[in-house]
Design a protein around this ligand. Sequence first.
Ligand SMILES: [Zn+2]
Length: 233
Amino acid sequence: MIDIRDTGKGTSVVRLTPARCNIYTVTRNSRTILIDTGISFDRSRIEHALARKGVVPEAVVLTHTHFDHAGNAAWLAREYGCEVVVQEAESEALALGETPIPAGTHALTRGLVSLGKKVAPVFKYEPCQADHVFGETFDLNRFGINGYMIHTPGHSPGGATVVIDDIVALAGDSVIGTMPGSPFPPFADDVELLLTSWKKIIDTGCETFLPGHGKPVSREELIREYEKRSGLF
Ligand SMILES: [Zn+2]
C-alpha cells in the first residue's frame, strides 16, 4: 500500500515502498528528493518502485545514519547521481558506513542494545561521502523543494527532521508510528535531548508527522505525548 500525502501547497509526499524503514519521495514541480534509503536488502525494491513512478531523485536526505535508514545512500548516489545530505554529527559515521548504536529507553530495549553492541558488524553498510553537511538547518529549495531540515538529536546525535511546506514533518526515528497512541521511540541516545527536539518539531507548526517506522502521527498525539513525557523532567 502506498500512502500519498498532498500538502495542499504543491508538494506530494509519498511513501515509496514498504521497506525496513519508511522511504518517502517528496516531489514538487517534477523535482524529487528521497527521505531515507532503507537497508541494503531493500535495493531492488527501491529500484522497481522508482522505475514504476518514473522518477529519478536528485537528492537523498538522511534523517540519521542508522543502517536501516542509510543503507542505500552510497548506491543511490552512484546509480542515480543523488546528492546526499546529512547532519554534521553523523557525517563521519556515514563516511565509515557505521551505525551509531542508540541506548534503549526502557528495560527491554536496553537489553536489545547490549545484544546489538555484540553484533555491531551487522549494522555496517556501504560507506557514503555526503555532499552536504549541515549544522542547525538546511534549505531544500536548492532541490526545488519548499522545505528545510532541522537538527533534532536525541534518538541519535545527528538526527534531523525534514519540514515540507510547513505542513508535513518527516521525523525519522525521533517519532515512531508502530505503536498506536505511543509515538515515543523505544530507542534513544538521550531522552531529555530528544524531548528538546520534540519541542522543535512541534514548533514547526506542522499538522502531520511521518515517522521512520509505522504510520503517521497527528499533531494532537505528539503534543499529548510530549506533555506527558516532559512532565517527568
Ligand atoms: Zn534509528
